[in-house]
Design a protein. Structure first.
Lengths: 113, 113
């Protein structure tokens, strides 16, 4: 079974600084998708960024970028120029071919003014 | 509507009662997912529909849990003989395909006393 591990239950960053959230996963498949979702106190999960495993180029969305290391099964999220609105729970997720999205335990990010 | 709608937002019930949670997906989305999120944890997969049929119900914890999607749009998650351990936020998501972005609702918080 696929598993997703986020080893940092909590992280904090100063406003305007950069923070990196870690994620590792375990799979025997070669074709899959990886995601980072953000969950603010409103509970609604919001997609931050997505990476296709067959693409070597790391995905980037404005201030958000990933470091995808397929051989190491690592998928970290870097947030640059952190803003107060970035404070939330962040979940790493893995999508199998059968469309079951598997989530990690989450990292609570605090942004300090 | 513009997004995934879930009702009720909050539900408090007594142990042993029957509960229904409703999800109205984004119009045109053929895939619909139910997840359960306990406090401080990542969402756990329950069931996935493609159209009217359950494509994968392997995440349902036991036979007290059942979900339907009779017309391929609105889905209802039904929980019989509720137990205190069923207390959680139940998240619904929909998507156009099987490898694209999942759009989540704000969840239904179930509390079993």
């Amino acid at each position: 079974a696929q598993t997703v591990t986020q080893s940092q239950p909590e992280m904090s960053v100063q406003e305007a600084e950069t923070v990196t959230l870690s994620c590792t996963y375990d799979t025997s498949e070669s074709d899959y998708y990886l995601f980072w979702y953000k969950q603010p106190p409103s509970r609604q999960m919001i997609l931050v960024i997505r990476q296709e495993a067959y693409k070597q180029q790391n995905a980037t969305e404005n201030r958000f970028s990933v470091n995808f290391q397929k051989a190491a099964k690592s998928f970290s999220l870097k947030i640059s120029d952190s803003q107060l609105g970035d404070a939330a729970m962040y979940f790493c997720a893995y999508l199998t071919s059968g469309s079951r999205l598997t989530f990690g335990e989450g990292t609570q990010l605090t942004v300090n003014p | 509507g513009a997004g995934v709608s879930q009702t009720p937002s909050n539900k408090v019930t007594e142990k042993g009662k029957y509960v229904e949670l409703r999800c109205d997906p984004i119009s045109g989305h053929t895939a619909l997912y139910w997840y359960r999120q306990s406090l401080g944890q990542g969402p756990e997969f329950l069931i996935y529909f493609q159209g009217t049929g359950a494509a994968d119900d392997s995440g349902l914890p036991n036979d007290r849990f059942f979900a339907v999607r009779p017309e391929g749009s609105v889905s209802t998650l039904k929980i019989q003989r509720t137990e205190r351990g069923d207390s959680a936020v139940y998240l619904c998501a929909s998507s156009l395909g099987t490898t694209g972005e999942l759009f989540f609702g704000e969840g239904s918080r179930l509390t079993v006393l």
